[in-house]
Ligand binder design. Structure first.
Ligand code: ATP
Length: 320
């Protein structure tokens, strides 16, 4: 199995013990470890692949707890650094009764933002067959420079670059700056996955169709994916395009569905990049990835809900 290195943030979401309340009304909170790039690494490992997470945590109990979660799940923490001065990032998150998601971040600055280019484990990055990242690591220095350097080292060593922007607008100083920074590394990626919401944000169009998706195409791109929640996903390559339906499940918490989808996809293409050029094979892989995303919505939290390979097989072989 080829190694997938996932770069970026790992943090703890604090979610209310009861649903449908505002942050102020919540009687208490439960720890839900997350951070999209960390979720992707764990998703890969759960499914039987080889993964490493690269990023910075606070040298505190929470940071060491998170590193422990990576290791328990078989993810290499050889690229994890601990900051003596800054805390592990925290976010308080709630889905209010009116359906609005409310976030409150504790990042002033948090350890993940302080990773420097000198702290990168270059040997680990050079051994990656796939290098995956988001955009939260682009928000501030020095992490931004570390991100750019890691991408360049991975690319020169022959890795496939995978990008899921994972827009978190409240973390950016402005929407314009978010868009500019997210797009500043667009042309480097071989594989890009956006959600319907991100497609609208990045194109400025309120249409989610082939035309708006293709406006995000760039010359060196190999595969563009648009995920549509319970409507499945659409795929675009130079040669063909199409869609894959979602699996019908009773969703209780969609957190991590996109990360599960990406982890499943990367785990399949890491050892066979040619899948991207073969529509029949790619569709099979995307069915598998959609099943992973669907399963992840059936349990609370991201990491506890990431499936194993045998769980996915039982969904794929069961009634659709
Ligand atoms: P998130 O940011 O919440 O992790 P995302 O917005 O990046 O997710 P989604 O489109 O929500 O990504 O989900 C990714 C994939 O997971 C979808 O393409 C779909 O196959 C599956 N999925 C997500 N939500 C559901 C659902 N309610 N029912 C069935 N499948 C789902």
């Amino acid at each position: 199995n080829g190694l997938i290195v996932s770069f970026g943030e790992m943090l703890i979401d604090f979610v209310p013990t009861v649903s449908g309340v505002s942050l102020a009304e919540a009687p208490g909170f439960l720890k839900a470890p997350g951070g999209a790039p960390a979720n992707v690494a764990i998703a890969v490992a759960r499914l039987g692949g080889k993964a490493a997470f690269l990023g910075k945590l606070g040298d505190d109990e929470f940071g060491h707890m998170l590193a422990g979660i990576l290791k328990e799940n078989g993810v290499s923490a050889d690229g994890v650094r601990f900051d003596k001065g800054a805390r592990t990032a925290l976010a308080f998150v709630t889905l209010r009764a009116d359906g609005e998601r409310e976030f409150m971040f504790y990042r002033n600055p948090s350890a993940d933002m302080l990773l420097t280019p000198d702290e990168l484990n270059l040997d680990l990055i050079k051994s990656a067959k796939v290098f995956h990242y988001g955009s939260i690591s682009l928000i501030v220095e020095p992490c931004r420079s570390a991100h750019i350097k890691a991408m360049e080292v991975a690319k020169s060593a022959g890795a496939l670059l995978s990008y899921d922007p994972n827009l978190r607008l409240p973390l950016w100083p402005s929407a314009e700056y978010a868009k500019e920074q997210i797009m500043s590394i667009w042309n480097k990626a071989d594989v890009i996955k956006v959600s319907d919401v991100e497609l609208e944000f990045l194109t400025g169009s309120n249409k989610i169709d082939d035309e708006s998706a293709m406006s995000l195409w760039h010359d060196n791109l190999k595969l563009l994916l648009v995920t549509l929640g319970e409507k499945g996903c659409r795929y675009y390559t130079k040669q063909f395009r199409g869609s894959v339906d979602a699996y019908h499940v009773k969703a209780v918490d969609t957190t991590g569905a996109g990360d599960s989808f990406v982890g499943a996809l990367l785990g399949k293409i890491v050892d066979d990049h040619a899948i991207i050029q073969d529509e029949a094979k790619l569709k099979e892989v995307l069915k598998y990835s959609c099943a992973c995303g669907a399963i992840t919505t059936t349990k609370k939290g991201a990491i506890p809900a990431l499936p194993t390979h045998s769980e996915v097989l039982s969904v794929l072989n069961g009634p659709k």
